[in-house]
Design a protein around this ligand. Structure first.
Ligand SMILES: Nc1ncnc2c1ncn2[C@@H]1O[C@H](COP(=O)(O)OP(=O)(O)OP(=O)(O)O)[C@@H](O)[C@H]1O
Length: 335
Protein backbone atom coordinates (compact mmCIF):
# COMPACT_ATOMS: atom_id res chain seq x y z
CA UNK A 1 0.00 0.00 0.00
CA UNK A 2 1.27 3.50 -0.82
CA UNK A 3 1.76 6.05 1.94
CA UNK A 4 -0.89 8.33 0.40
CA UNK A 5 -3.76 6.89 -1.63
CA UNK A 6 -6.36 9.14 -3.16
CA UNK A 7 -9.15 7.49 -5.10
CA UNK A 8 -11.87 9.24 -7.09
CA UNK A 9 -11.84 12.09 -4.62
CA UNK A 10 -14.62 14.65 -4.96
CA UNK A 11 -15.43 17.76 -2.92
CA UNK A 12 -18.49 19.80 -3.63
CA UNK A 13 -19.32 23.11 -1.97
CA UNK A 14 -22.88 24.34 -1.76
CA UNK A 15 -22.91 28.06 -2.40
CA UNK A 16 -25.66 30.59 -2.18
CA UNK A 17 -26.47 32.14 -5.53
CA UNK A 18 -26.31 35.93 -5.57
CA UNK A 19 -28.71 37.63 -7.87
CA UNK A 20 -28.08 41.05 -9.40
CA UNK A 21 -31.83 41.67 -9.78
CA UNK A 22 -33.57 43.25 -6.78
CA UNK A 23 -36.71 41.10 -6.95
CA UNK A 24 -34.75 37.86 -7.09
CA UNK A 25 -32.34 39.06 -4.37
CA UNK A 26 -35.27 39.78 -2.04
CA UNK A 27 -36.88 36.44 -2.81
CA UNK A 28 -33.61 34.59 -2.17
CA UNK A 29 -33.38 36.15 1.32
CA UNK A 30 -36.40 34.03 2.30
CA UNK A 31 -35.91 31.02 0.01
CA UNK A 32 -32.18 30.90 -0.68
CA UNK A 33 -31.13 29.51 -3.99
CA UNK A 34 -28.02 27.29 -3.93
CA UNK A 35 -25.59 26.11 -6.55
CA UNK A 36 -23.14 23.25 -6.21
CA UNK A 37 -19.51 23.86 -7.04
CA UNK A 38 -17.35 20.80 -7.66
CA UNK A 39 -13.97 22.06 -6.40
CA UNK A 40 -12.23 18.67 -6.58
CA UNK A 41 -13.39 16.34 -9.29
CA UNK A 42 -12.51 12.62 -9.32
CA UNK A 43 -8.87 13.06 -8.28
CA UNK A 44 -6.66 9.97 -8.19
CA UNK A 45 -3.03 9.68 -7.13
CA UNK A 46 -0.72 7.65 -4.91
CA UNK A 47 2.42 8.87 -3.18
CA UNK A 48 5.25 6.67 -1.92
CA UNK A 49 7.37 7.24 1.16
CA UNK A 50 10.10 9.84 0.62
CA UNK A 51 8.55 11.44 -2.47
CA UNK A 52 8.39 15.22 -2.79
CA UNK A 53 5.38 16.15 -4.86
CA UNK A 54 4.46 19.59 -6.19
CA UNK A 55 0.68 19.99 -6.32
CA UNK A 56 0.17 22.94 -8.62
CA UNK A 57 -2.53 24.70 -10.57
CA UNK A 58 -4.16 28.08 -11.19
CA UNK A 59 -6.04 30.04 -8.52
CA UNK A 60 -9.22 28.26 -7.51
CA UNK A 61 -8.25 24.98 -9.16
CA UNK A 62 -8.82 22.95 -5.97
CA UNK A 63 -5.35 22.58 -4.42
CA UNK A 64 -6.16 23.76 -0.90
CA UNK A 65 -9.41 21.83 -0.90
CA UNK A 66 -7.51 18.64 -1.74
CA UNK A 67 -4.85 19.30 0.92
CA UNK A 68 -7.54 19.98 3.53
CA UNK A 69 -9.14 16.61 2.74
CA UNK A 70 -5.73 14.93 3.00
CA UNK A 71 -5.19 16.51 6.43
CA UNK A 72 -8.65 15.50 7.66
CA UNK A 73 -9.90 19.10 7.94
CA UNK A 74 -12.57 18.60 5.27
CA UNK A 75 -14.80 15.60 4.65
CA UNK A 76 -14.81 14.36 1.05
CA UNK A 77 -18.15 14.42 -0.76
CA UNK A 78 -17.18 11.19 -2.51
CA UNK A 79 -14.16 8.97 -2.94
CA UNK A 80 -11.51 8.03 -0.44
CA UNK A 81 -8.22 9.16 1.07
CA UNK A 82 -5.83 6.91 2.96
CA UNK A 83 -2.81 8.35 4.74
CA UNK A 84 -0.53 5.69 6.21
CA UNK A 85 -3.58 3.40 5.91
CA UNK A 86 -5.82 5.75 7.92
CA UNK A 87 -8.86 7.71 6.86
CA UNK A 88 -7.75 11.26 7.79
CA UNK A 89 -11.28 12.50 8.48
CA UNK A 90 -12.47 9.54 10.56
CA UNK A 91 -9.12 8.94 12.32
CA UNK A 92 -8.25 12.59 12.65
CA UNK A 93 -6.40 12.36 15.96
CA UNK A 94 -4.34 9.28 15.06
CA UNK A 95 -3.66 10.67 11.60
CA UNK A 96 -2.43 13.98 12.99
CA UNK A 97 0.41 12.17 14.82
CA UNK A 98 1.87 11.04 11.50
CA UNK A 99 1.46 14.24 9.51
CA UNK A 100 2.58 17.84 9.66
CA UNK A 101 0.93 20.76 7.90
CA UNK A 102 1.94 24.33 7.22
CA UNK A 103 -0.52 26.70 5.63
CA UNK A 104 1.31 29.85 4.52
CA UNK A 105 -1.53 32.09 5.63
CA UNK A 106 -2.26 30.44 8.99
CA UNK A 107 -0.05 30.04 12.01
CA UNK A 108 0.48 26.94 14.17
CA UNK A 109 1.93 29.01 17.00
CA UNK A 110 0.29 30.79 19.91
CA UNK A 111 0.23 34.48 19.22
CA UNK A 112 1.44 35.95 22.49
CA UNK A 113 3.70 33.36 24.10
CA UNK A 114 7.40 32.88 23.31
CA UNK A 115 7.96 30.49 20.43
CA UNK A 116 9.69 27.96 22.69
CA UNK A 117 6.55 27.78 24.86
CA UNK A 118 4.48 26.94 21.80
CA UNK A 119 7.01 24.21 20.98
CA UNK A 120 6.72 22.86 24.55
CA UNK A 121 2.94 22.70 24.12
CA UNK A 122 3.42 20.72 20.90
CA UNK A 123 5.75 18.41 22.80
CA UNK A 124 2.94 17.66 25.28
CA UNK A 125 0.27 17.42 22.60
CA UNK A 126 2.24 14.94 20.51
CA UNK A 127 3.97 13.09 23.40
CA UNK A 128 7.43 13.86 22.02
CA UNK A 129 10.13 12.32 24.27
CA UNK A 130 12.41 14.98 25.78
CA UNK A 131 15.55 13.60 24.08
CA UNK A 132 13.94 13.63 20.63
CA UNK A 133 12.48 17.08 21.26
CA UNK A 134 15.93 18.45 22.11
CA UNK A 135 17.57 16.74 19.12
CA UNK A 136 15.00 18.14 16.71
CA UNK A 137 15.05 21.58 18.27
CA UNK A 138 18.83 21.70 18.01
CA UNK A 139 18.85 20.55 14.39
CA UNK A 140 16.08 22.92 13.25
CA UNK A 141 17.61 25.82 15.18
CA UNK A 142 20.92 25.22 13.44
CA UNK A 143 19.52 24.90 9.91
CA UNK A 144 17.05 27.78 10.11
CA UNK A 145 18.83 30.08 12.57
CA UNK A 146 16.04 30.00 15.15
CA UNK A 147 18.16 30.65 18.27
CA UNK A 148 17.40 34.39 18.60
CA UNK A 149 13.68 33.84 17.90
CA UNK A 150 12.77 31.21 20.47
CA UNK A 151 12.23 33.62 23.37
CA UNK A 152 10.08 36.03 21.34
CA UNK A 153 6.27 35.84 21.07
CA UNK A 154 5.08 35.15 17.55
CA UNK A 155 3.28 38.48 17.28
CA UNK A 156 6.65 40.27 17.44
CA UNK A 157 8.24 38.26 14.62
CA UNK A 158 8.61 39.29 10.97
CA UNK A 159 6.84 37.26 8.27
CA UNK A 160 9.99 35.31 7.38
CA UNK A 161 10.84 34.62 11.03
CA UNK A 162 7.26 33.45 11.67
CA UNK A 163 7.37 31.07 8.73
CA UNK A 164 10.68 29.55 9.85
CA UNK A 165 9.27 29.01 13.36
CA UNK A 166 6.05 27.54 11.96
CA UNK A 167 7.88 25.14 9.68
CA UNK A 168 10.03 23.93 12.59
CA UNK A 169 6.86 23.46 14.68
CA UNK A 170 5.34 21.21 12.01
CA UNK A 171 8.38 18.89 12.16
CA UNK A 172 8.89 18.54 15.92
CA UNK A 173 6.92 15.28 16.19
CA UNK A 174 8.80 13.59 13.30
CA UNK A 175 5.86 13.46 10.90
CA UNK A 176 6.16 10.97 8.04
CA UNK A 177 4.29 13.27 5.67
CA UNK A 178 4.25 17.06 5.60
CA UNK A 179 1.79 19.22 3.67
CA UNK A 180 3.08 22.64 2.77
CA UNK A 181 0.60 25.12 1.34
CA UNK A 182 2.45 28.18 -0.02
CA UNK A 183 5.39 27.79 2.39
CA UNK A 184 7.34 30.78 1.05
CA UNK A 185 4.52 33.20 0.27
CA UNK A 186 5.54 36.84 0.76
CA UNK A 187 9.12 36.02 1.79
CA UNK A 188 12.36 37.55 0.52
CA UNK A 189 14.86 35.53 -1.51
CA UNK A 190 17.10 34.68 1.44
CA UNK A 191 14.25 33.45 3.63
CA UNK A 192 12.89 31.38 0.75
CA UNK A 193 16.30 29.79 0.21
CA UNK A 194 16.62 28.94 3.93
CA UNK A 195 13.22 27.30 4.03
CA UNK A 196 13.84 25.33 0.83
CA UNK A 197 17.16 24.12 2.21
CA UNK A 198 15.46 22.89 5.37
CA UNK A 199 12.70 21.08 3.47
CA UNK A 200 15.21 19.47 1.10
CA UNK A 201 17.31 18.23 4.01
CA UNK A 202 14.30 16.73 5.78
CA UNK A 203 13.34 14.97 2.54
CA UNK A 204 16.84 13.56 2.00
CA UNK A 205 17.93 12.89 5.59
CA UNK A 206 14.65 11.84 7.21
CA UNK A 207 12.87 10.57 4.07
CA UNK A 208 9.95 12.82 4.98
CA UNK A 209 7.31 12.80 2.25
CA UNK A 210 6.23 16.24 1.06
CA UNK A 211 3.25 17.57 -0.79
CA UNK A 212 3.88 21.19 -1.66
CA UNK A 213 1.51 23.68 -3.22
CA UNK A 214 3.01 26.93 -4.37
CA UNK A 215 2.65 29.57 -7.05
CA UNK A 216 6.40 30.07 -6.82
CA UNK A 217 7.78 27.59 -9.30
CA UNK A 218 11.24 27.88 -7.81
CA UNK A 219 9.77 26.18 -4.73
CA UNK A 220 8.40 23.40 -6.89
CA UNK A 221 11.49 23.04 -9.05
CA UNK A 222 13.95 23.06 -6.21
CA UNK A 223 11.96 20.78 -3.89
CA UNK A 224 9.93 18.32 -5.91
CA UNK A 225 10.81 15.30 -8.01
CA UNK A 226 7.23 14.89 -9.13
CA UNK A 227 4.55 17.30 -10.27
CA UNK A 228 0.78 16.92 -10.16
CA UNK A 229 -1.09 19.61 -12.09
CA UNK A 230 -4.72 20.26 -11.28
CA UNK A 231 -7.13 22.44 -13.22
CA UNK A 232 -10.85 22.95 -12.58
CA UNK A 233 -10.59 20.26 -9.89
CA UNK A 234 -9.17 17.58 -12.20
CA UNK A 235 -5.65 16.20 -12.41
CA UNK A 236 -4.40 16.95 -15.90
CA UNK A 237 -0.76 15.91 -15.45
CA UNK A 238 1.03 13.64 -12.99
CA UNK A 239 4.64 12.83 -13.78
CA UNK A 240 8.27 13.08 -12.76
CA UNK A 241 9.58 16.65 -13.05
CA UNK A 242 12.50 15.62 -15.29
CA UNK A 243 10.19 13.66 -17.55
CA UNK A 244 7.79 16.62 -17.92
CA UNK A 245 10.72 18.85 -18.84
CA UNK A 246 12.00 16.31 -21.34
CA UNK A 247 8.62 15.72 -22.93
CA UNK A 248 7.74 19.38 -23.34
CA UNK A 249 11.03 20.66 -24.69
CA UNK A 250 11.61 19.87 -28.34
CA UNK A 251 15.18 21.16 -28.72
CA UNK A 252 16.95 20.25 -25.57
CA UNK A 253 20.36 20.33 -24.11
CA UNK A 254 21.63 17.63 -21.84
CA UNK A 255 24.87 17.77 -19.90
CA UNK A 256 26.55 14.94 -18.04
CA UNK A 257 29.24 14.99 -15.43
CA UNK A 258 30.98 11.63 -15.46
CA UNK A 259 33.92 9.89 -13.77
CA UNK A 260 35.89 9.46 -17.05
CA UNK A 261 34.54 10.38 -20.47
CA UNK A 262 35.39 7.50 -22.85
CA UNK A 263 34.49 9.55 -25.96
CA UNK A 264 36.79 12.42 -25.15
CA UNK A 265 39.99 11.30 -26.84
CA UNK A 266 39.54 8.64 -29.51
CA UNK A 267 35.91 7.90 -30.26
CA UNK A 268 32.98 9.81 -31.63
CA UNK A 269 29.62 9.74 -29.94
CA UNK A 270 27.17 8.92 -32.71
CA UNK A 271 23.44 8.74 -32.31
CA UNK A 272 20.70 9.78 -34.70
CA UNK A 273 19.29 13.24 -33.94
CA UNK A 274 22.00 13.98 -31.38
CA UNK A 275 24.60 16.68 -31.83
CA UNK A 276 27.71 16.82 -29.68
CA UNK A 277 28.16 20.25 -28.12
CA UNK A 278 31.16 19.80 -25.92
CA UNK A 279 33.44 17.21 -24.38
CA UNK A 280 36.00 17.23 -21.61
CA UNK A 281 37.56 14.35 -19.67
CA UNK A 282 34.74 14.57 -17.13
CA UNK A 283 31.81 16.06 -19.02
CA UNK A 284 29.68 15.65 -22.13
CA UNK A 285 27.03 17.93 -23.53
CA UNK A 286 24.60 17.32 -26.34
CA UNK A 287 21.73 19.01 -28.10
CA UNK A 288 19.02 16.83 -29.50
CA UNK A 289 15.67 17.06 -31.15
CA UNK A 290 13.01 15.32 -29.13
CA UNK A 291 11.12 14.38 -32.28
CA UNK A 292 13.95 12.30 -33.65
CA UNK A 293 16.07 11.34 -30.62
CA UNK A 294 15.06 9.39 -27.58
CA UNK A 295 16.33 11.25 -24.52
CA UNK A 296 16.35 8.14 -22.34
CA UNK A 297 18.46 6.49 -25.06
CA UNK A 298 21.20 9.11 -24.63
CA UNK A 299 21.24 8.61 -20.88
CA UNK A 300 21.41 4.84 -21.33
CA UNK A 301 24.22 5.09 -23.91
CA UNK A 302 26.29 7.29 -21.60
CA UNK A 303 25.53 5.19 -18.51
CA UNK A 304 26.75 2.03 -20.33
CA UNK A 305 30.23 3.44 -20.80
CA UNK A 306 30.90 5.50 -17.69
CA UNK A 307 29.57 6.42 -14.29
CA UNK A 308 27.20 9.38 -14.39
CA UNK A 309 27.69 11.76 -11.48
CA UNK A 310 25.25 14.45 -12.49
CA UNK A 311 22.80 15.20 -15.28
CA UNK A 312 21.54 18.67 -16.18
CA UNK A 313 18.76 19.05 -18.67
CA UNK A 314 18.23 22.56 -19.87
CA UNK A 315 15.42 23.99 -21.83
CA UNK A 316 12.37 25.83 -20.75
CA UNK A 317 11.69 25.95 -17.04
CA UNK A 318 8.74 24.14 -15.51
CA UNK A 319 6.69 27.32 -15.08
CA UNK A 320 6.59 28.05 -18.81
CA UNK A 321 5.79 24.41 -19.56
CA UNK A 322 2.88 24.50 -17.11
CA UNK A 323 1.66 27.75 -18.64
CA UNK A 324 1.73 26.13 -22.06
CA UNK A 325 -0.28 23.13 -20.84
CA UNK A 326 -2.83 25.39 -19.19
CA UNK A 327 -2.99 27.71 -22.18
CA UNK A 328 -3.86 24.72 -24.31
CA UNK A 329 -6.82 24.35 -21.95
CA UNK A 330 -7.58 28.03 -22.42
CA UNK A 331 -6.83 29.07 -18.84
CA UNK A 332 -6.14 32.77 -18.58
CA UNK A 333 -6.08 33.51 -14.88
CA UNK A 334 -2.88 31.68 -13.91
CA UNK A 335 -0.90 33.68 -11.40
N1 LIG B 1 -15.49 27.01 1.95
C1 LIG B 1 -15.80 27.16 0.67
N2 LIG B 1 -17.09 27.33 0.29
C2 LIG B 1 -17.44 27.47 -0.99
N3 LIG B 1 -16.54 27.44 -2.02
C3 LIG B 1 -15.25 27.26 -1.71
C4 LIG B 1 -14.82 27.12 -0.34
N4 LIG B 1 -13.45 26.97 -0.35
C5 LIG B 1 -13.07 27.03 -1.64
N5 LIG B 1 -14.14 27.20 -2.46
C6 LIG B 1 -14.12 27.26 -3.91
O1 LIG B 1 -13.56 26.04 -4.39
C7 LIG B 1 -12.70 26.28 -5.51
C8 LIG B 1 -11.32 25.71 -5.19
O2 LIG B 1 -10.75 26.48 -4.15
P1 LIG B 1 -9.33 26.14 -3.51
O3 LIG B 1 -9.11 27.07 -2.38
O4 LIG B 1 -9.25 24.68 -3.25
O5 LIG B 1 -8.36 26.49 -4.74
P2 LIG B 1 -6.78 26.67 -4.80
O6 LIG B 1 -6.34 25.90 -5.99
O7 LIG B 1 -6.17 26.32 -3.50
O8 LIG B 1 -6.66 28.22 -5.09
P3 LIG B 1 -5.52 29.31 -4.73
O9 LIG B 1 -4.34 28.98 -5.60
O10 LIG B 1 -6.15 30.60 -5.14
O11 LIG B 1 -5.24 29.21 -3.27
C9 LIG B 1 -12.72 27.77 -5.76
O12 LIG B 1 -13.64 28.05 -6.78
C10 LIG B 1 -13.20 28.36 -4.43
O13 LIG B 1 -13.93 29.55 -4.64
Amino acid sequence: MSQVEVRQLVKEYKRRKNSQKLGQALRSMFAPDYEVLRAVDSVDFSIEEGEAVGYVGPNGSGKSTTIKMLCGILKPTQGSVKINGLDPFKDRVRNSKGIGAVFGNRSLLWWDVPVIESYRLFQKLYDIPEKRFQENLEKFTEIMGLAPLLSIPERQLSLGQKMRCNIAAAFLHDPKIVFLDEPTIGLDAESKAGIREFIRRMNVEEKTTFIVTSHDFQDIESLCQRIVLINHGKVILDDQMQKVKLDFNRKKQIQFEVDVNPWCEKETFAMEGVQVFGMTNHSLSFEYDADTADSMGIIEAVAKRCEIQDITISGRDIESIIREILKAQDVKDFS
